[in-house]
Design a protein around this ligand. Structure first.
Ligand SMILES: [Zn+2]
Ligand SMILES: [Zn+2]
Length: 158
């Protein structure tokens, strides 16, 4: 992982700003996030988290699940999954692309990310060929190789 500086940081902020507007569309009751996939400076996929088919929910499923529920507890399709699906509608593979991920609070301000933890998205990103993953952390804009991102997600300790 390395933090982006100067021109690279400027470029990243451009896509992060795009992602911010996309995340506003989320109708999740818990959090709003988005992902933008970029290759050769072109946006090839976008996504925001929302329940499947964008169906608005009146209450979050997460709160009603038993504590020993085994699988992913979120009611939503993750933003990264959506962006990957979106990109693959137009592209054969996602090699040499970079995924930018952000999360917003309820006032649409960016919540700085912690360390990678979602193994669902890290595996899917790796499998679809995305080569780099960007998180907006409080220390700066962090660029990960997707292999590293997946490794770190499996090593995450809350
Ligand atoms: Zn949700
Ligand atoms: Zn995820």
């Amino acid at each position: 992982m390395r933090y982006l500086i100067e021109e690279e940081k400027k470029e990243a902020l451009y896509y992060i700003n795009k992602a911010k507007n996309i995340a506003k569309k989320s109708n999740c009751l818990k959090s709003k996030s988005s992902a933008v996939i970029v290759r050769n400076k072109n946006i090839i996929g976008i996504g925001y988290n929302s329940p499947p088919n964008d169906k608005a929910l009146l209450e979050c499923i997460k709160d009603k699940l038993p504590t020993n529920f085994k699988s992913d507890k979120t009611c939503c399709v993750h933003a990264e999954q959506r962006a990957i699906l979106d990109a693959l509608r137009g592209e054969k593979d996602l090699k040499n692309s970079r995924l930018y991920y952000i999360r917003l609070d309820l006032n649409n301000n960016i919540i700085k990310s912690g360390n990678p933890y979602c193994t669902i998205c890290s595996k899917l990103s790796l499998d679809s060929g995305i080569s780099e993953f960007v998180l907006y952390k409080k220390e700066g804009i962090a660029l990960y190789d997707t292999y590293e991102y997946n490794d770190l997600s499996f090593k995450y300790i809350p």
